[in-house]
Design a protein around this ligand. Structure first.
Ligand code: FEO
Length: 399
């Protein structure tokens, strides 16, 4: 895509990635894709803000050439070191050795350790300003949104916040780069939540600290390094991030993530009965087969809802492995302080429930109820399951 001027002499450049299957080597992004957005602020001095993955390098360099002479770039501003934003740095350094690389003190260390670049690299202080003429950049350190070295860059004359991972989301740009170019942005909001939970959620306290720090800064345009640029409603994505970060402290929505796994259909039969019961409480119930759904897509429901029902059989004396994996990732992402329940089938001895209880305790989940059944569920078992689902959902809806 050609460069786009987002404010006078402030340009978006960037590349869409629709072929990388796994973001960070783990999170599926096909078919949604992702964009790596970067920006050029051109004036008496010219700065390139954020870069891109080492991917479609020719396209990225052509975009820079579209609006600036790469051999005359004055600054390369690195808001965040993760290689989805810096993979192209070694190539750029060769083409633009004159450009001063700017970042936080931790960034300076990381530029050396990741790319062995030590010359012409300078640390910027929190709040420091850089006059480009007429544009002015101000650097705001925002550690752990997403790595410890992270900062955001604020252009003070046009009130543009280059926020890097913060306020970003999965989802390749479908032609338009701005929120006001889409009649329906639900795809981007959904993918921003999935991105938040997959990538940023562990650091939600840091996100809230950053939001507090940014609260006194007037922002007309939020320009993240993934996904849409928010110029119609910049406050929209900021408020969504504030809400999502708040979920970390248990301030979550009334609803249930119902996770299940089933080897031969017995636990699935029970899941349907449990779901039937849960549906009577009038709150959302989202159902996920953990063996067939990547945890990337399950985490948003776990993060958003106060209730979790886990249905999984005993497998070799423990929990069905895909369920154990899903709950392990939930623990790593700090999905804490939920109300939970467990049901599952066992063949000859238990074990699934005990492992679930261990995992739930580690996440400070309050286990309201459990029940297990041997082999296939009887009609009576299914009736019990339906009641179990309804009781739990009413507790989640009301408590
Ligand atoms: Fe988009 Fe933390 O990298």
């Amino acid at each position: 895509m050609p460069a786009v001027e987002i404010r006078p002499n402030i340009f978006w450049i960037g590349v869409n990635d629709r072929t990388t299957d796994l973001f960070e080597g783990y999170w599926p992004i096909i078919p949604e894709g992702v964009s790596y957005n970067a920006y050029i602020v051109r004036g008496e001095k010219t700065a390139l803000i954020d870069l891109a993955k080492g991917f479609k390098t020719d396209e990225f360099l052509a975009q820079i050439a579209n609006v600036a002479d790469i051999r005359k770039l004055d600054y390369i501003v690195i808001n965040h070191m993760e290689p989805d934003h810096t993979g192209i740095l070694s190539v750029l350094r060769q083409l633009a050795p004159q450009a001063v690389i700017l970042g936080t003190p931790r960034t300076v260390e990381m530029v050396a350790s990741f790319y062995q670049i030590t010359d012409n690299v300078r640390a910027v202080a929190d709040g420091e300003t850089l006059h480009l003429g007429p544009h002015v950049l101000q650097f705001v350190h925002t550690p752990f949104v997403h790595w410890p070295e992270t900062m955001m860059t604020y252009e003070t004359t046009q009130r543009v916040l280059f926020s890097c991972d913060g306020f970003g989301g999965y989802g390749a740009l479908q032609g338009g780069i701005f929120d006001d170019q889409y009649a329906d942005i639900s795809f981007y909001e959904r993918e921003a939540l999935r991105y938040y939970v997959n990538i940023v959620a562990t650091f939600s306290r840091a996100v809230l600290r950053a939001l507090e720090k940014l609260s006194g800064i007037p922002v007309d345009v939020v320009a993240p390094s993934h996904g849409l640029i928010w110029r119609k409603e910049p406050g929209r994505i900021i408020e969504l991030y504030r809400r999502w970060a708040g979920y970390a402290s248990g301030d979550v929505e009334r609803g249930i993530a119902l996770l299940y796994g089933s080897m031969y259909g017995n636990t699935e039969k029970m899941m349907n009965a449990v779901a039937q019961g849960a549906s009577k409480a009038g709150i959302p119930v989202e159902i996920y087969d953990v063996a067939r759904t990547h945890v990337s897509y399950i985490l948003p429901a776990l993060w958003t809802y106060r209730g979790v029902i886990v249905g999984a059989p005993t497998y070799e004396g423990g929990l069905f492995p895909p369920m154990a994996h899903a709950l392990d990732v939930a623990a790593r992402k700090k999905v804490q302080n939920r109300k939970a329940a467990y049901f599952g089938s066992y063949g000859w001895g238990g074990g699934g429930e005990q492992e679930f209880r261990r995992l739930a305790e580690a996440m400070k989940w309050e286990v309201l109820e459990t029940f297990t059944f041997r082999g296939g569920p009887t009609v009576e078992d299914l009736r019990r399951g339906e009641e179990f689902g309804e009781r739990f959902a009413r507790a989640v809806a009301g408590g």
